[in-house]
Design a protein around this ligand. Sequence first.
Ligand code: G4P
Length: 547
Amino acid sequence: RAAHRGRRTEQSLINKPNVSSQYHKEIQKRRTFGIISHPDAGKTTLTEKLLLFGGAIQMAGAVKSRKTAVHATSDWMAIERERGISVTTSVMKFNYRDYEINLLDTPGHQDFSEDTYRVLTAVDSALMVIDSAKGVEAQTTKLMEVCRMRNTPIITFINKLDRDGMEPLDILADIEEKLQIECVPLSWPIGMGKGFKGVYDLHRRQITLFTPSQDTRPEDCIVVQDLADPMLDELVGVFAANKLREDIELLQGAANPFEYEHYLKAGQTPVFFGSAINNFGVRELLDAFVELSPPPGPRATTTRMVDPSEESFSGFTFKIQANMDPAHRDRIAFFRICSGKFTRGMKVMHHRLGKEISLSNATVFMAQERSHVDEAYPGDIIGIHNHGTIKIGDTFTDKEELKFTGIPNFAPEHFRRVVLKNPLKMKQLQKGLLQMAEEGAVQVFRPIVGNDYILGAVGVLQFEVTMTRLKDEYGVDATYEPLSYTLARWVSSDNKQQLREFEKKHQFNLALDAEGHLSYLAEGSWRLAHTQELFPDIVFHKTRESV
Ligand code: G4P
């Protein structure tokens, strides 16, 4: 909520006199977003089309090749190592019209992980892609939950209209019910599958006709001021025309009008229909996206809101990418600029360590002229090379001591017990796990009873990556044992008496995380619900902020 109150404030701050107008223009033209979707809904295809519109054509192959190449961990690592692909596709920067767009990748297939969630803490808005045949799917629901935490505004694209799918009204009802967000269609499909004729733009009252495998041209747009016009029957056929008339009549009675403020507060999502693979409806989506989605807004810190128009430099780390090269143990920390201008070589304070560092080797992510850019602005992401000194959530500024909030750990859903093959390597194991926990690669728990290490992850690939890195970087040979836990919750309570009773009763399900916070590991949501009932004063948290 704070973020949205902030966003309104930002509007009133736009004409602050002490802000150089060029600086302010740079902020206003930035759009930093991520795509939320379930695997196979069309995120990669849509990303490629967006990049094509942005003129970053050579990137398109990279996006696809990364996805198809991710078969197994070994492949994935080899690819990371050889080509650093995940670094280049982690942030895809492109220009469209007057806008500078940062598309942050939200890995979704085998490499679905806590990073996927955390990327969403660094965006200003999101694009939701839904497969028209499947409606809302599990991963979309999870990502939506993360968007809810900061009320991130969302624009929806219903994809694959060239295939038979659910009735458009049913899709909207599905989204409203499962994601608890009001849908406002700004376009409407005419038919679907083999009978897909195009979309009707409800705002401009024009029809764009669909031709399979062919990009839409401006002349394909036909203005239809009155749906009763017999021209409509000629254009799309009597059946489709009548169906459209019926649908629109229904919509006019039932659908909510679009309210910009409501969208900014994530209460409403504008909905577009199309087919990414046919590049149909994508330009319309992108046009609406740049116009509607918000530029970088204020961000909360532990002490105050930081407005992007402030000229002092500030930002936070939301993702750390290990290089995987045993010869150089360097990592890239992905850093979102929240205020001020980045210039190469500038000195900033790394507040957690109380150290000044020089940002001379930082990478500014650009789809094309990556190495030539020496400046970046709020909303942009820079990559900072380091040797394991940077942690997720670390704040850097050029003077004031600040700590950005809203970059939490997310409750893992998969768990493994680490079994060390050589007990003499215990020290290295501890060091490696602590380091990787700080990077957000995996979460580490120590059960209250016993001496085990339990790893928790949001996606199972995290386990394989952790094991390979333990061996390569720390010389630790270990294996995993499966565990039956399926969820973790951080616990707290003001009722000390109840907390003690809870700790006693559930000692075998309790563990301390890498920062020593008490966590409850449960075998299923039913178990959690039961425990919650028994201990009503205990709060079970799905996320935990680092300190
Ligand atoms: P993802 O990143 O969300 O996982 O999805 P991706 O874009 O890879 O798309 C998943 C599959 O859906 C791909 O087919 C892709 O070609 C297809 N697809 C994407 N958009 C559309 C669309 O508008 N209409 C139809 N009919 N299909 C679409 P695939 O067979 O898995 O991969 P490929 O062999 O085509 O690359």
